[in-house]
Design a protein around this ligand. Sequence first.
Ligand SMILES: C[S@@+](CC[C@H](N)C(=O)[O-])C[C@H]1O[C@@H](n2cnc3c(N)ncnc32)[C@H](O)[C@@H]1O
Length: 275
Amino acid sequence: VTEPNVDQRADWNCGSGLRWAADADRRDRVLAPVLDALLAAAELQAGEELVDIGCGCGAATLAAAERLGAGAALGVDIARTMLDIARQRAVGIQRVSFLEADAQTVRFEQTFDVAISRFGTLFFDDPVGAFRNIRGALRDGGRLCIATWQPLEANEWLTLPGSVLRRFAEIPPGHGTDAEMFSQAGPAHVEAMLSQAGWRDVRVHSEIVELPMGADAAEAADYLATTGPGRRIMQEIDVDDHPAALAAVADALVPFVRDGAVRMSAGINIVHGRF
Ligand SMILES: C[S@@+](CC[C@H](N)C(=O)[O-])C[C@H]1O[C@@H](n2cnc3c(N)ncnc32)[C@H](O)[C@@H]1O
């Protein structure tokens, strides 16, 4: 029997995980509006017990814990490198803990009122099984509230730098778009998947948020060319052309500078479910 999520475990403990861990504060600044939207939608109550699925470096776990008063928050992730950062960030903070485990299969030793996630549920090789497993860790009346990406086309922060970078290399149309990143993009698909996993009252609320990509165009271009789809396209560009490619992305970002940051729109889904 093949172990589940082997490729993801390898990637999040090495390539992607090391890049996230090395740049965790910047990624959290960029993704802060997603966290705000997620926490507003989760309607956390003091005293609740929460699990953060695919918690990575723990930003959502820690922010949620602040709202739980006497409650508690557990972050679960398969990537030790990222959990190391999460644990460092949590030093001295009560009622927050982290568990290295595969959320698809782990037998949770406790039950929760709410499961949240910021982009940590997109990578399961058996999503229905994973969401069924997570549901099994909730108490009666428990709820799910997760953030997923809308399709690529709804994400200007990816399409705009992507189209500029493509001028510098022969890249086939689909290349550099990240299948997992958009695996829970379609509301109908997500609703069907969660219903199949036993969740009730599934609702997908699609919204647009503005992500601060960097303090100025050069910083934002650096971020976009070293992250996700932009990074993959950059790998196809001749190294000698990298400075020109980065400068072209920076030029294209100048019109997006507002209130001290490059602000670009991102399409996300906030997905709700009930036990
Ligand atoms: C895009 S990152 C998001 C991290 C974090 N939620 C955040 O917003 O900063 C996805 C995370 O999901 C984790 N992950 C992927 N597959 C997982 C699985 N089967 N079980 C637990 N975590 C998983 C990865 O290790 C990674 O930390």
